[in-house]
Design a protein around this ligand. Structure first.
Ligand code: AMP
Length: 281
């Protein structure tokens, strides 16, 4: 695997490698890698001729300064995992390299409704930062295929919207959420959970399964209350337990068999914020 810290050098390298129509697959990450990230690299390897990944903890997408400061960093282990996974190229840039002129003059993307609900409402400015960094990374790597995880469902919708706004030809491939044996969605933030917190964290998945299973009973308000009560009893601070249209994220008050549906949960255990979701079909 070739590692680049400088944007100019990786651009030269990728464009030289692209000869003969070789397809570039791209897996952007913030590091602290786990098997969820590695599954994206695996899918990229199957679908593209060359896999590029990036590790960059993007400061502009953290609305919570403490969350940014405590974000886990494990570059050496990450590099070893990427090599094992067969990643070809890694971009490991500094903040100055990504934002050489700061962010003031960078384009600001308007994600409309998507930026007002769920993660958009709970994390003001988050998707603005995501839009900034993804646009910058796309401009550097110019991938044919972009691999993102369903774990960050709303982020996938935002990036799809961004690709449209950019008039980009990049295909986005949404990869399934990888889970721990108890159902907890793999996440870099999980490693900050204490042992007792970790033992409870699978409850989020149990609630998503129960929202999905009980759709036949047709009473989301009841299931919502059961899940909210259970999570509160276990010590979670629930931010939302929501049912939404899977295509446009319209919030649904109740199950609707005529719409594609997704259940989404965000909750904190101590100061660690966890999100997860599940499609209901
Ligand atoms: P992050 O490092 O958290 O920014 O994640 C980088 C990419 O990995 C994003 O596209 C995430 O959606 C994806 N990802 C994170 N966790 C998982 C998971 N458990 N399963 C699949 N993809 C994931």
């Amino acid at each position: 695997m070739v590692i680049f810290k400088k944007v100019a050098y990786i651009q030269q390298y990728i464009s030289a490698q692209r000869v003969g129509g070789r397809q570039v697959g791209f897996v952007p990450t913030m590091g602290a890698l786990h098997d969820g990230h590695i599954s994206l690299v695996g899918q990229a390897k199957q679908a593209a001729d060359m896999v590029v990944s990036s590790i960059f903890v993007n400061p502009t997408q953290f609305n919570d300064k403490a969350d940014f400061e405590k974000y886990p960093i494990s570059v050496e282990a990450d590099v070893a995992m990427l090599i094992d996974a067969g990643c070809d190229v890694l971009l490991l840039p500094s903040v100055d390299e990504m934002y050489p002129n700061g962010t003031a003059d960078m384009p600001v993307f308007d994600f409309g409704y998507l930026d007002t609900v769920l993660e958009g409402a709970k994390r003001p400015g988050h998707f603005k930062g995501v839009g900034q960094i993804v646009a910058r990374l796309l401009d550097i790597v110019k991938p044919d295929k972009l691999f993102m995880g369903q774990k960050d469902y709303q982020q996938c919708m935002v990036v799809k919207n961004l690709l449209q706004q950019l008039g980009s030809n990049t295909d986005m491939i949404i990869c399934p959420t990888q889970r721990e044996p108890d159902g907890l969605a793999m996440s870099s933030r999980n490693r900050r959970l204490t042992t007792p917190q970790r033992a409870l964290a699978g409850v989020i998945y149990q609630c998503l399964v129960s929202i999905k299973t009980k759709q036949t009973e047709g009473n989301f308000a009841l299931v919502h209350k059961e899940c909210a009560d259970l999570m509160a009893a276990k010590g979670f601070e629930v931010e939302y337990i929501s049912l939404a249209d899977a295509d446009d994220l319209t919030i649904l008050d109740n199950y609707n068999a005529n719409r594609p549906m997704v259940a989404l949960i965000a909750a904190k255990l101590g100061d660690i914020r966890l999100i997860d979701n599940m499609l209901l079909q």
